[in-house]
Design a protein around this ligand. Structure first.
Ligand code: CA
Length: 220
């Protein structure tokens, strides 16, 4: 059963969320401040945390998330009241999985939580690929080397995705163009070479991207 901890100091909001969550058949535990919230999360090991940013006491939502992230990767959805809080969530890579701005509709939150839980469940089913220091999360469209995020251009992503989807198979430049650029794209097949070079430069030798003479490229 899905268990959710809601850290929110406004009782009306907490109760409303609890009502909607319980209707989904989820177990809900409410915490009125950051310290109680952290304790509840550690004790209950929930599937999901809804975390208000503006909390009374010593720990605000950001502090709670930071502390939580040292030991846990439980999905976190932030509730925010102000735009500058959103800026901080986005800017500081707080480790949040999503956020909603107040006032919100509880239905929307339920939908967001379901989406994040679905994403989490599919994560074990081939949406991640690891090559030494290189980690690719296809669902989140995120690639890291040695834990550090590496920004990729849209076409670099598309090419990497095509290669991962055909791991172990040598693909011609034309096949890669069809897969990553789409069959309608018209241009020089050497475009593929340019993007392969970029991927190698950005992701390093751990990415097992081989040139197959007379054919094209193969990953793995
Ligand atoms: Ca609050």
């Amino acid at each position: 059963m899905t268990a959710i901890v809601v850290v929110e100091d406004e009782p009306d909001i907490a109760d409303l969320l609890a009502l909607y969550f319980r209707r989904e058949g989820w177990t809900v535990h409410l915490a009125p401040d950051g310290a109680v919230g952290l304790e509840a999360i550690r004790a209950r090991n929930p599937d999901f945390v809804v975390l208000d940013v503006g909390l009374p006491g010593e720990l605000d939502g950001f502090d709670v998330c930071r502390q939580l992230r040292q030991t846990s990767d439980v999905p976190v959805l932030f509730l925010t009241a102000r735009d500058d809080e959103v800026d901080r969530i986005l800017g500081l890579e707080m480790g949040a999985d999503d956020y909603v701005t107040k006032p919100f509709s509880p239905r929307e939150i339920v939908a967001r939580i379901k989406a994040v839980l679905r994403r989490g469940r599919s994560a074990g089913n081939g949406t991640r690929a690891d090559y030494g220091e290189v980690t690719v999360d296809l669902e989140r469209r995120e690639v890291r080397t040695g834990g550090e995020p590496v920004p990729l251009a849209t076409q670099e992503w598309a090419l990497l995705e095509a290669l991962i989807g055909n791991e172990g198979i040598a693909l011609s430049r034309q096949q890669l163009l069809d897969l990553a650029w789409g069959p309608d794209w018209i241009g020089d097949p050497r475009t593929v070479d340019v993007h392969v070079r970029q991927l190698r430069r950005k992701l390093g030798d751990d990415l097992p991207l081989a040139t197959v003479r007379g054919v094209g490229y193969r990953l793995g």
